[in-house]
Design a protein around this ligand. Structure first.
Ligand code: NAP
Length: 289
């Protein structure tokens, strides 16, 4: 069954998610703060709205995919242009950006006040997964609302997991990114260490890949680090933002010292002007690579 969908935020991820929804046959209305990013989607059949409220007015499902808590607050909650006040009764709001659980708890209260059903549904997977409809959705919220929204999520993702009540989608996403980012920073150090010792990092890592410690993501991490392919997929600047949320959710560095150390590495990379590079670009902080 096709549902009318509004997509708010057409950055690297939101634009690709909107394209998948169009390809699946859903009528899609889009809005982006910088309007020029909507044009390629118009060519694919999307309608463009001038504000989040205008995009949301007739939608069955409204999806936001923006940078951070502040951006999300402005697209949902703005008293003039925000989507929540404009949504029709029974419509579903889906927040897919990676945000802090505290902020999502506040958003949930505001959504309830506005009579809107909210799911937090952040995604694992980057630009290629979004292009191919292979995102993994980690969803928090009411189980019935989740069932109702699932066909829309499945147009963009290969897996859709309901993990608990509202906010738990973000916890699952922060857990995923904490593990990913700690892996990235550790891998970057190891590559630097190997190179400083004059070892062939490619050869050594090939051998390590035959041991049980090798994780599924490691081929991607080592491949991009060794080939120096730092074209942005998941930029350093965004994963640094997520580690800030991890530390907040953990109630500070004393409860999450490993995540705190990884955050310092990502921050240092941003200070060195590497923020726009893919996350694996942190390897540039170490060794000769
Ligand atoms: P992006 O390419 O940087 O796009 C950011 C989007 O947020 C743009 O549409 C931008 O609008 C909008 N935005 C920023 N500040 C805003 C504000 N104050 N008000 C309204 N809109 C604002 O980022 P992305 O890669 O698409 O990521 C979007 C979200 O998905 C983030 O939360 C990110 O952490 C998460 N995520 C990313 C990846 C990935 O691999 N890239 C993977 C999983 C999850 P403008 O175009 O006007 O700047």
């Amino acid at each position: 069954m096709s549902m009318a969908v509004a997509v708010l935020g057409l950055g690297a991820m939101g634009s690709r998610m909107a394209a998948r929804l169009l390809a699946a046959g859903h009528p899609v209305t889009v809005w982006n703060r910088s309007p020029d990013k909507a044009q390629p989607l118009v060519a694919q059949g999307a309608r463009v709205a001038p504000t989040p409220a205008a995009a949301a007015r007739d939608a069955d499902v409204v999806i936001a995919m923006v940078r951070d808590d502040a951006a999300s607050n402005s697209v949902w909650v703005d008293p003039h242009d925000g989507a929540l006040i404009a949504m029709k009764p029974g419509a579903i709001a889906i927040e897919s950006s990676t945000l802090s659980p505290d902020y999502v708890a506040t958003l949930a209260r505001l959504a309830e006040h506005a009579g809107v059903k909210l799911l937090d549904a952040p995604v694992s997977g980057s630009r290629a997964a979004a292009d191919g409809g292979q995102l993994v959705f980690l969803v928090g919220g009411d189980a019935e609302v989740f069932e109702h929204a699932s066909p829309v999520l499945k147009a963009m993702g290969s897996a859709v997991h309901h993990v608990g009540p509202i906010g738990h989608g973000m916890l699952a996403k922060l857990a995923t990114n904490a593990l990913l980012g700690i892996h990235v920073t550790a891998f970057a150090e190891i590559v630097g260490l190997l190179q400083r010792h004059g070892a062939s990092a490619a050869k050594v890592l090939q051998a390590v890949s035959a041991t049980p410690v090798w994780a599924p993501v490691d081929a991607y991490l080592s491949g991009t680090m060794l080939s120096r392919d730092f074209r942005p997929q998941f930029p350093i600047e965004l994963i640094a933002k997520d580690f800030g949320y991890v530390l907040d959710a953990a109630d500070g560095a004393e409860h999450a010292p490993t995540a705190a150390a990884a955050l310092q590495v990502f921050k240092r990379a941003v200070e060195h002007g590497l923020g726009d590079l893919n996350m694996t670009g942190v390897v540039k902080l170490y060794g000769s690579n």
